[in-house]
Design a protein around this ligand. Structure first.
Ligand code: ADP
Ligand code: MG
Length: 412
């Protein structure tokens, strides 16, 4: 073997100094208001539980996930239930850190003080959070996972990950995603891997559950728990008439009626039947027309102003609107959104300061509207897919002078 034969081999070795995507460990996290999902990609471990934590001061224990959620409506002064993500925001970073620490422990990931941290640790954490969180919260989250032992933490908007996970091309021209979670409905038009414009309404899962509870209290003088109201929503919650509608039986505690007579006897527990139609007409349609539909229109209008052509792009075949998140399971949601957007609508516009607002008429628009497959998994699926993009960012950071990276070279 001649001396020169060795040269190409050395070059090859040099090239392999760049870590391949599989040299890193990847942890994807969907930090939802209602559900917390994690996937430890390299080993295929998963975690999926309600984003709840309960502290029982009497028994001195901390409960997580289902066990903690089960204590809602049953708490006494010794039990405190914590929901770290509320209304599309990180409301309790400390509780979130504890849930994360538990996941790290469950997955047997290193937990070390950052001072003694092993320089070779290679865990990359990719987190999807509500789009509305600010840069301080974003940085705080990245620091939390760093403290827990990760090499790096990256935060991405939940709605973007949902769109990617639902199979849409977030790297191309305009697409629209409506992610209806527990605490917020995030609506966005995206293109070129970024959000063109997004808007969040708090009319989402928890809010609809609460409105069902209020309606049943007012109309039927029956107090039902949060869990029962959520079951009503999941079982008969609909936006248009659906096949095989049947009344639904619920139990609760009688409330005194406004017209009750003094001395009238009241049974404490009561069971009644409610119909899908009354929930649809008095709760679901009302709330969607008041909050969700105007929010979608607002995102469409503003995106159109920001990027000419984005709305006509959305009207093309195969594009349109994809509905993700648990709320996508509401019966007939796709047909209802399509029908409502096609209707003409009015907006009050102020022409000049001091003048009366003018009611301006707008024509409706026709879009394809579809419900994503496995809507509860879109965000975590998106995070797993987005690993390629993060990997390219990492390589670009380490090798700022390196030219265009090709998939074959760097994705191993
Ligand atoms: P988050 O991202 O905020 O954690 P998810 O996308 O996991 O929220 O969705 C949770 C919400 O979806 C809850 O409010 C839950 O009640 C609602 N949900 C789940 N299944 C259904 C269903 N079949 N019908 C209506 N709503 C549902
Ligand atoms: Mg979500």
């Amino acid at each position: 073997m001649g001396l020169f034969d060795k040269k190409p081999k050395e070059n090859l070795n040099k090239k392999s100094n760049i870590k391949s995507i599989n040299d890193y460990q990847w942890l994807a996290l969907d930090v939802g208001t209602e559900n917390f999902k994690a996937r430890y990609v390299n080993i295929g471990l998963t975690y999926d539980a309600p984003t709840y934590l309960a502290e029982d001061y009497e028994k001195n224990v901390i409960l997580y996930g289902e066990e903690a959620k089960a204590l809602i409506d049953k708490t006494n002064e010794n039990v405190v239930i914590k929901r770290p993500v509320r209304d599309g925001n990180i409301a309790d970073p400390d509780a979130l850190q504890r849930i994360l620490a538990k996941i790290f422990q469950d997955f047997r990931l290193e937990i070390k003080d950052s001072k003694q941290a092993d320089k070779n640790r290679n865990l990359i954490v990719l987190m999807a959070t509500p789009s509305e969180i600010n840069s301080v919260q974003r940085e705080a989250l990245e620091n939390i996972v760093h403290r827990l032992g990760a090499l790096r933490g990256f935060v991405q908007e939940e709605v973007k990950m949902a769109a990617l996970g639902s199979g849409q091309d977030i790297f191309g021209t305009a697409i629209m995603c409506v992610d209806i979670g527990g605490g917020s409905t995030d609506i966005a038009v995206l293109s070129n891997d970024s959000i063109l414009y997004s808007y969040t309404t708090h009319c989402a899962g928890d809010y609809l559950t609460q409105k069902i509870q209020e309606y049943i209290a007012k109309k039927h003088a029956l107090k039902i728990g949060t869990k029962e109201a959520e079951d009503v929503k999941k079982n008969i919650g609909s936006l248009l008439k659906y096949q095989d509608e049947k009344p639904y039986t619920i139990s609760g505690i009688s409330l005194p009626r406004l017209d009750s007579q003094p001395g009238e006897t009241m049974s404490i527990s009561k069971t009644i039947e409610i119909t899908p139609e009354e929930i649809r007409e008095n709760v679901m349609q009302v709330q969607f027309r008041e909050h969700v539909i105007p929010s979608i229109r607002r995102v469409l209008r503003t995106s159109g102003e920001k990027a000419a052509g984005s709305v006509s792009d959305l009207k093309k075949k195969g594009k349109g609107i994809t509905i993700c998140g648990g709320g996508a399971y509401i019966k007939k949601i796709d047909e209802f959104i399509k029908e409502e957007l096609a209707k003409e609508y009015f907006i009050e516009v102020k022409a000049e300061k001091g003048t009366k607002p003018i009611r301006q008429k707008y024509e409706g628009d026709i879009f394809e509207v579809r419900v994503a497959q496995n809507p509860l998994d879109n965000v975590i699926d998106g995070c797993v897919k987005y690993r390629d993009t993060i990997y390219k960012k990492l390589i670009a950071e380490q090798n700022p002078n390196r030219e265009i990276l090709t998939k074959d070279e760097d994705l191993g």
